[in-house]
Design a protein around this ligand. Structure first.
Ligand code: HDE
Length: 706
């Protein structure tokens, strides 16, 4: 019996540190049928025949009295609920939040004051525009909605991976979403904004410009949910025991660092694995390497708000971390897979109105509108007002009220009293424990107007752009050219370039050239008389904050018959200890027989495991293997894509002809191509992989590079 490697693909974890139980959601919801138990109807009646309907004679008509058939088909017909109008495609997991630092000076919320206490969570990641069955890697904002099941009720922080939004007033949300979704006549394109309607709306809505810079940046094509930040976007309030309010912006910061994909890679991944993001999250948790985020807050008062260049109520603005540092107060680990996608991920209902005592709203007009929309939309999706009783939505603290009845009411009041006040007993309001709205003084005329303090739409867009590294700036230009090149109307393209001239003149020129515009259009009239020059802010860049480690990433090892066992074993062991994961890719499904007879079991056959699925690759091939693969288009794509996507490539000396046949000639070799002569070279290779990509290479392989 030959030795087999390649089964255990890596990553034992940081989970032990957190001591949490996997699949916490599970026992709440699911019924696991016993093997062999009797199949019944919904009424519990045992079923004798689940293969044939009741008929008059074997070839005769079916009978209406077959209640099992009718119940089964009836239930099937009603399996679907409306998908979310936005954020339809999502993926949810359970987790635990642990508070590390008390915010008692600022808030009375127990979840933010009881140090060391743990709070169960459910997080749903999502894309915004695509339908439920669309691919994971759209260029899009990602939802990062978090439900904290606190001791004082559920707190929903319905966040995104981008800290600003397209619009300043909720009344424009239906227009924004209509414009972004497929056009109403042709119902395409799906899950993408590269079309006339989106850019028409955007270019007629200058307040969207800051958000557009983020959406055209690599933030909108994340490598994984695990490598994304999360932002509460709005200014919220923390309210302390004395009733004093402090403004707060919430941040989630991934321990594994930020990482994104390349656009060409994205387009190929969508074909190779449309479930790339959800599979990544599932696998990370399943392998015992759950992702961890720090919860951070930016705290500021009225004095800061008054002197800040922008309005803290304007959701198209950030507060740079240099101006108000992010204070880390806790951490959460997402380590629990759902047991049932529908029961948990599909039925979870996030509502921005779900706050707990000590956390409050501000007048951000987007937040105020969201407070109506989320509750309303759950009613439509989940069919009645009792969705709060579904296990995934039910609080994990005492719940006591006199709200009653409605569709599917399973939690009903016992006894005689269903009103308050009453003389029979039951729950009573509690001025000391209960939620108190911040008693902000408000006074004004009823108007439909935007404040002047919301009028500068370009300064922070420019700040974002100038904070990026040159390669990230190039990607923004490339993305704009790609998206706008899909617009049929030239006036829309020109209108966007006119806006870009208020953001960055070079960017405007690059995009105009990329689009083949005959001349630069005049700059768009800027509503704000004073555009401010702002300092670059490093936290806005992904590349400047690279984690410098391959931990949590995935190595693809292409192995052929006769490959050196010592190298393959050293690689797999070193990857596991990072911790990271690897997959062995082989030319044939059966695997590859290494030079000592060991069988390297392939997780992927090469046709199903293109290099776009990996963060770095190794070509562990023998001379015969290299010769065989040199004639194979898929194998050559594997190599040439890895090279074009700026990946680190380790290779045995025997792989050189394969590299050459794939278009990587000896003169193209750079420090990202690392020859592995044996096990001793593995550590240095993985250390280099910690750079994640060799960005300098992109300028050599891309025609658009200046
Ligand atoms: Fe949402 N948004 N949104 N949104 N949003 C929804 O609620 C809405 C906004 C966000 O995983 C809907 O349950 C309005 C900002 C996430 O279940 C809906 C406005 C931010 C999710 C809705 C916004 C978000 C949603 C659709 C403008 C980041 C997915 C289904 C005023 C801070 C939640 C649903 C999940 C979902 C309305 C803008 C994040 C229709 C009216 C800003 C992460 O209620």
């Amino acid at each position: 019996m030959p030795k087999v490697i390649g089964k255990d693909t890596g990553a034992r974890s940081i989970a032990a540190e957190f001591d949490t139980e996997r699949g916490q959601g599970g026992e709440l919801h699911q019924i696991a049928p016993e093997d062999g138990e009797v199949l019944t109807t919904q009424q519990g009646v045992p079923i004798a025949d689940d293969q044939n309907t009741l008929r008059v004679g074997e070839r005769g008509p079916a009978l209406l009295e077959d209640f099992h058939f009718r119940e089964k088909i009836f239930h099937f017909d009603h399996e679907r609920i409306p998908e979310r109008v936005v954020h339809a495609r999502g993926y949810g997991v359970h987790g635990t939040f642990t508070l590390k630092e008390s915010l008692a000076d600022y808030t009375r919320a127990k979840v933010l004051t009881e140090v060391g206490e743990t709070t169960p969570m459910f997080v749903r990641f999502s894309t915004v525009v695509g339908a439920k069955g669309s691919f994971d890697l759209a260029r899009d904002v990602r939802g990062f909605a978090a439900k904290f099941y606190t001791k004082e009720g559920n707190w929903d922080l319905v966040a995104n991976n981008i800290p600003v939004f397209f619009i300043q007033d909720a009344i424009k949300f239906p227009d924004l979403v209509h414009a972004a979704k497929p056009a109403p006549d042709r119902e395409f394109p799906q899950a993408q904004t590269a079309h006339d309607n989106f850019w028409d709306f955007i270019t007629l809505t200058p307040e969207s410009m800051h958000m557009i810079m983020w959406v055209m940046s690599d933030r909108a094509i994340p490598r994984s949910f695990r490598f994304m930040e999360g932002f509460g976007v709005h200014s919220f309030r923390l309210i302390n025991a004395e009733g004093k309010s402090t403004y707060v912006k919430f941040h989630f910061k991934p321990r594994l660092g930020l990482q994104s994909l390349m656009w060409n890679e994205v387009q190929k991944i969508n074909g190779a694995d449309p479930d790339f993001h959800r599979r990544d999250l599932w696998d990370a948790i399943d392998l015992g390497a759950p992702p961890v985020w720090d919860l951070g807050v930016q705290l500021f008062d009225d004095a800061f708000a008054d002197q800040f260049e922008f309005d803290i109520l304007d959701p198209t603005k950030i507060i740079p971390e240099e101006q108000v540092p992010v204070r880390i107060v806790g951490e959460f680990v997402l380590d629990g897979l759902v047991d049932n996608f529908f029961a948990e991920t599909e039925q979870v209902a996030f509502c921005t109105q779900n706050l707990v005592p000590g956390i409050g709203f501000t007048n951000d007009p987007l937040l105020q509108g969201r407070n109506f929309s989320y509750l309303d939309t759950q009613l439509k999706r989940l069919g009645g007002p009792n969705f709060t009783q579904l296990p995934i939505n039910a609080p994990r603290c005492p719940v006591s009220h006199f709200q009653q009845d409605g569709h599917m009411a399973v939690r009903n009041v016992k006894g005689r009293a269903n009103y308050e006040p009453n003389s029979w007993g039951g729950p009573r309001q509690s001025p000391s424990l209960g939620y108190r709205h911040f008693d902000a003084a408000e006074n004004g005329r009823k108007v439909q107007a935007r404040p002047g303090s919301f009028s500068d739409h370009y300064s922070q867009a420019r700040q974002f752009f100038v904070s990026q590294t040159p390669i990230e700036q190039k990607h923004i230009g490339d993305a704009l050219v790609f998206e706008l090149s899909k617009c049929e109307r030239v006036d829309i393209r020109e209108r966007m370039v006119a806006h870009l001239r208020n953001i960055d003149e070079t960017l405007a020129r690059v995009v105009a050239t990329g689009l083949g515009l005959p001349a630069l259009p005049d700059a768009a009239p800027a509503a704000s008389p004073t555009l401010t020059t702002l300092e670059p802010s490093d936290p806005l860049s992904i590349v400047k904050r690279a984690p410098g480690s391959f931990a949590g990433r995935k190595l693809g090892i292409l192995v052929t018959d006769g490959a050196p066992v010592a190298l393959v074993e050293a690689l797999t062991e070193a990857v596991k200890s990072l911790p990271a994961v690897y997959e062995i890719i082989t030319p044939k499904t059966a695997g590859a027989v290494l030079d000592d007879g060991t069988v390297a079991q392939g997780k992927q056959k090469i046709d199903g495991g293109p290099s776009v699925l990996y963060d770095a690759v190794v070509l562990a091939v023998s001379a015969e293997g290299a010769a065989l693969l040199s004639t194979d288009k898929t194998a050559k794509d594997f190599v040439s894509d890895a090279f074009a996507h700026c990946k680190f490539i380790g290779y045995t000396a025997q792989a050189l002809p394969l590299l050459a046949r794939a278009g990587v000639a000896p003169e193209d070799h750079d420090e990202g191509l690392i020859q592995l002569d044996g096990a001793d070279d593995v550590a240095a290779f993985l250390a280099a992989c910690g750079q994640l990509r060799l960005w300098d290479r992109e300028l050599k392989v891309d025609l658009d590079a200046e």
